[in-house]
Write a protein that binds this ligand. Structure first.
Ligand SMILES: C[S@@+](CC[C@H](N)C(=O)[O-])C[C@H]1O[C@@H](n2cnc3c(N)ncnc32)[C@H](O)[C@@H]1O
Length: 262
């Protein structure tokens, strides 16, 4: 056992194992999941410009340079939080303070809060970059964007929705069951691309009948971030699964199903 492991395990086995803690941890996990769920539903309305009070193209305007800087800051805040907190070294460090069973829920909660901050403080940049004239093409693009969101949701269930968003961890802890070690999986869509969730986001963000400068900034920066996120995630996955993941990378393309290994 390393010194770090010792510190992690020595925080509070009596407290974290107690019945009351398990129950509070479970409620916390459910609350974090609900915050995530509201956030992702809001994200759909925000990006597609429907059903929510504040969208990517509405809200208080600011001078262009200020608006770009604020928006970049908001996206960077999310990117840093989302990437740093997902790394193993960070998890090893902060599970000294945050009990392991609620680590994932806390990550999900922080990610949701930084996204809600982004939606709230986002400054619109309303200049139109493209606007599709043809109603048929416009409907096709809206449908495609919606299909992107469906792909995101479906893929989370295919890979393991409840573990990704921390519910599996708090439920297992509640009933005194250990989490199983992560397993390499290639279910359904994962046989065609390695990152269907990220592909769904890219499609959802770019398929827009009216593309404003603000929306374009959002789509471009998030796409860039997805590529950085993939590099980090795949480096972790190679560390975790070794040759199995290396061979998967050679066999299956990253995002575009008809191309072999990107
Ligand atoms: C938000 S999910 C994104 C999964 C994938 N990148 C995608 O776009 O569909 C990230 C989690 O999925 C896990 N993961 C990604 N691919 C995996 C695979 N083939 N088998 C098992 N776990 C995987 C990663 O370890 C990480 O914890």
């Amino acid at each position: 056992m390393t010194q770090l492991d010792h510190q992690v395990h020595s925080i509070s086995p009596e407290i974290t194992g107690s019945r009351i803690f398990r129950f509070i941890a479970f409620l916390y996990g459910i609350a974090a999941y609900l915050v995530f769920f509201v956030t992702i539903l809001y994200a759909i309305g925000f990006v597609m410009g429907v059903m929510v009070p504040k969208t990517i193209d509405t809200g208080a305007e600011a001078p262009v340079v200020r608006a770009v800087l604020i928006n970049l800051l908001l996206m960077s805040l999310f990117a840093v939080q989302h990437s740093v907190m997902a790394r193993r070294q960070f998890k090893d460090w902060w599970t000294q303070f945050v009990p392991k069973p609620v680590e994932r829920s806390t990550y999900v909660l922080f990610a949701s809060l930084s996204l809600l901050l982004l939606f709230w403080q986002w400054r619109p940049l309303p200049s139109v970059i493209w606007s599709v004239e043809s109603p048929d093409l416009a409907v096709t693009l809206v449908t495609l964007s919606f299909a992107g969101w469906v792909l995101v949701f479906t893929s989370t269930f295919i890979i393991n929705h409840f573990e990704l968003f921390g519910l599996h961890q708090v439920t297992n802890h509640l009933v005194g069951k250990e989490m199983e070690p992560p397993r390499f999986k290639t279910p359904l869509l994962y046989k065609f691309v390695r990152h269907p969730i990220y592909l769904g986001f890219i499609v959802a963000f770019w398929a827009a009948p009216v593309m404003t400068a603000g929306h374009l900034l959002f789509a471009a920066v998030t796409t860039l971030y997805i590529f950085v996120g993939i590099a980090l995630e795949e480096s972790d996955l190679v560390d975790l699964f070794g040759d199995e993941y290396r061979q998967y990378k050679q066999r299956v393309s990253m995002l575009i199903p008809w191309r072999r290994s990107v």
